[in-house]
Structures are given as structure tokens and as C-alpha cells.
Design a protein around this ligand. Sequence first.
Ligand code: ZN
Length: 500
Amino acid sequence: MSRAFDELKPYLDRAMALNTALVLFEWDNETLAPEQAGSLTGNVIGILSGEYFQAVNNDQVIRLAEACSRENDLTKAEAAQVRELLKEIEKLSHIPREEYQEYARLTAESARVWAAAKNADDFSRFAPVLKEIINWQKKFAGYRAKPGQKKYDVMLEDYEPGFSVERLDEFFDLIRKEIVPLFKSVMESGVEIRDDFLSGSFPDSVQEKIGRFVAEYVGFDFSKGVMAVSAHPFTTNLHNKDVRITTHYTDRLDSSLFSIIHEAGHGLYEFGIRDDLTQTMAGQGASMGMHESQSRFFENIVGRSLSFWKPVYGKLQEAFPENLGQVRLEDFVKAVNKASAGFIRTEADELSYSLHVLVRYELEKELIEGDLSVDALPEAWADKYEQYLGIRPRNVREGVLQDIHWSQGSFGYFPSYALGSAFGAQLYYHMKEEMDFEGLLEAGKISVIREYLREHVHQYGKLKDSRSILKCTTGEDFNPEYYVRYLKEKYQKLYGLSQN
Ligand code: ZN
């Protein structure tokens, strides 16, 4: 082990400890913290954030990190930590401190402004703040851009290293060319899939019981994880022995059920990260997209398949005999895959989901690189929904104001949602060659599938980026054709469409 790294290590440990505390507060805030805790706890979080900033971004750490990067006796895990640290330092060092603080003040308030505007269904209340956020984002990206690099590329790189506008244009062109017409023919097929039995009154306690069962069934280990309730389901990871997921219980049975499988998928990724990486700067998922690939893989490719439910559907019927007692397994699986033209991304089915992301990608690109103005955004949004999904939002609450991301300055984040689905499909077709995928699910041997992903994806944390994970596992660079093939095969079959 190198000496500079030994010297650096305590600083890194301190930064990670502060980060862990911040993450725990975030979790607590969303789940158990009492209503009035807000502002006093906010002070603590503010102080801890400042300490974290100091712990990572000080002269001693920068000196040591640079010394480490010149050494060649680092282990892979150490080298990855140094690389991630330098990335973090690089990000902060180009931005003048006063500007960063001003921006932090703006974004600390902006989510609240967004929420109020959404509530009031009034875009004009959010527009001034959004303009400021975009100006800052462009300015910061301009500081950080390498010669010839697009500003939007800088933003994308933060969420999905290795995916530039050029590559994403190819990906989304394919979605536009293949999935938009597929979705249209599904909507025009005249096929009615019954799903009324998924709505009704389902006692929270029973939903929780079956949710825990399903989480455990896919491999979520409750000795290293917990599950709680929050307004919007999410996953928090402290390290590979403490992973926390949340869900919400509604009058739609599939809502909590599949959100639990989704978050458990994120959880499995975190459990699987190697011990020498966890709680270091390289101890998280490879990228946003790769993380989302795992959650969506378990939720959709595994969780919404007939094979998955064969061994366990009886349990679900037992839990809800009045609603599902008379519903055949095949009809249940059809219902949870039903496609529909809806306004809200987070409620979208697997097929239309990619179109919701397509809309956001095109708009972000035009906002950052093109000449779309913030004032014209609500109309542009509605036009694209009409073009791709055949529906026009009646108001901004279910249109342009539905997502929190832009209010937090997260430009470049949305594409990872669709990329994740595409990564998952590529892994799926490869795994089908390596193993009897459906047969394993039918036999209840989901652990074989989970172990495969742990070995090829999860354990590496940030040692590899998403493209090299795909290359090493499937023998091929990212190839979006698998995603298109997956959606075509699945939905043509479900809706009895001719295959072309
Ligand atoms: Zn997710």
C-alpha cells in the first residue's frame, strides 16, 4: 500500500462518516422525523454539509490525492477511490466558492417554490427560479467543459459517464423510430386488458406483510436492511450492511408491490458491493443508469413475468382472497403489464415509460444547447406529449411541473432512467444464453439470477463504469437494440399484434 494513500485514508474515512450521517438524516427526514423537526435539524445538516465540503475540498487532501494519482502501487479499490475523489475535487474547484454558495442557497429554496407552484398549478411561480437554475447550470458546465465539449455533455457525464449527447441521440432516435409506433399500435389495437381487481381496499398491514415476503423472496436481506413508509418510495444505503428501502400503500395493489421489488433491486446492488469498497468513495453503484438497471430488472423483467409469479401467486391470492381469489395467474400478469397513455412518468407502464423520458431528454437538450425558453416550456412539453403519447396535459401539475428534478438542478439525470431499462434488457438477453432464465424463476431459484448479477455487476461498485460492465458481462458495448427487441416481443405478444 502506498504511503500517500495511507495518509489520505483518514481524511476519506472522515468524509465518508460525515456523508453517512447526512444520508441517515435524509432518510429520517422522509420516514420517521416529526413534522416540527425541520428547521432545527436543518441547522445540523447545514453544519455537517459544510464539514463534508471541508473534508473533501482542502489543500492537504488535494495534495495527497494528486500524490496518490502519480503512484502506481495502488490496489484497484484504492485507485478507484482516488479517481472518484479527484472527480469530486475537479467538480468543485472550477466553480468560485461564492458562486457555489449562492447556487446552494437558491437550490435549498427552489424545491419548496416548485412544490408550491405545482400545488397551485401555476408555472409562472416557478419560472423565474427555473431560469436562474438553468443559468447557473450552464455557467458551471461552461467552467468545467473541456475544449469543444458541449455543456449538456458535462451535465450528462455526472450521471452516466461515457454517454454523451451524440450517443444518447442515437439511443433516443431508436426509441422514437421503434417505440413510438409500437405504443401507438398497442393503443389502437382495441385489446382491453382487465385490471379492475388491482384497485380496491387493501389493508396496509396485509400489503406490508406480502411486501416483506416478496422483498425477501427476491433476496432482500432484512438482517442488513429495513423497510419503511414514505410519500415516494426510495432506497438509501449507508453501506453494504445497512440498506433501507421505503414504499407507500395505496388503493392500487400493484403500486406498493412493484415499488417494493424495484427498491429491493436497488438494495440488492448495495448489498452486493464488495467489503473493500463499501463505505468508500467508490462503494456505490457504477452510475445512475446501472443502478436503475438493477431495480427495473427486478421490477419489470423479473417481477412482471409469468415465470416469477408461478411459484408465489398463491401466496398473493391467500393474502387478498376477495380481490384475487377468482383471478387466474395469467390474467394477473397481463393486468400488471397493461399499457396506457398517462401523463405521469412515475406511474407509467414499462412500454410508455421510455416515451416519458424521451420527452424530457429532448426538452433538456433544447433548454441547454438550443433556444427553447423557460416561458415556452409548458407548451413545448404538451406538444411532445401529444406527439409521442397522443395525449395533451390539461394543466402544468400533470405536465411540466410533475417532477422535482429540475428544481434541484438535476439536468442530465432523466436519460439514466431509460438507459437503465436498456442496460437491463441487454443483460437479460445475455443471461438467457447463459442459463435457463425462465425455468429458474419457475422453480423459485431466483438466487441463481441474483448471484449472477452480484458477480458481474454489483460487486464492482464504481470500479467499472456502465459500459465496461456491459462489455465484460455480455461481450458487447452498450447496444440499445436489445431494449427495443424486449419491448417488441413482450408487447406484441401481450396485445396480439403481428410481428414485424
Ligand atoms: Zn429506482
